[in-house]
Structure formats: C-alpha cells, structure tokens
Write a protein that binds this ligand. Structure first.
Ligand SMILES: [Zn+2]
Length: 112
C-alpha cells in the first residue's frame, strides 16, 4: 500500500469516482484516494485525458492542479514543468522564474 504524501498517515486506495469539475462540466476519473485525509489523486493519464476533452469543449481548467513527482539530479531536486503549462505560459529553457514559499506551498512565477 502506498502512503499518502499529504498527511503521511493514510494509505492510498484505488477509486473510480474522483470528480473533476471544470467550468460547468463534471468529469469522473479514476485515481487514488487517501483513507485518512481524503485527498484525491487522479491518475496522471486520466487528468490528461480530461484536460484534452475540456480543451475540445473550449474550457480550460483554472486553477489547474496537476500532480508531479520530483526527481533527483546532481544532488538537487528537479521539477518537470508539464508541457501544457510550458506552452500556455510560453516558457523557454532560460526563462527566469521567481520562487515564493507561501506556507507549505511553492509558487513559481515566470518573470522577465
Ligand atoms: Zn492523506
């Protein structure tokens, strides 16, 4: 069983009824849910599929919540920017970003 990344107490169980609401549309997707804090983690491919459908319908999920894992490289942690955001925000290899810590959240703002 996988431990929950949010509360670190609960375990993730498979669910098939995560509700993603995008504008006036409601999507039901598969994923995992924590049995303690109830945080839901839709599968990445399911989220992607939903976003594709939403875009065909002409709606863009905002704010968009995506789940990614950090990876390790050269002693540091690397966060891959989802391709969708890269395009939407026109990010380039040398784009300067501002990183702000807000409580336990990290806000990444492209600058320049
Ligand atoms: Zn949890």
């Amino acid at each position: 069983m996988k431990k929950c990344l949010i509360c670190e107490k609960g375990e993730l169980v498979k669910v098939e009824d995560i509700i993603l609401e995008i504008e006036e549309y409601v999507f039901i997707v598969k994923g995992e849910s924590c049995n303690s804090c109830k945080e839901e983690f839709p599968y990445e491919e399911e989220t992607q599929k939903t976003i594709d459908i939403a875009r065909k319908l002409g709606v863009w999920p905002e704010p968009l919540k995506l789940y990614r894992h950090l990876s390790k490289s050269g002693g540091g942690l690397i966060l891959r920017v989802p391709a969708d955001l890269e395009k939407q925000l026109k990010l380039k290899e040398n784009t300067e970003i501002a990183i702000t810590k807000v409580g336990n959240k990290i806000v990444i703002e492209p600058g320049g």
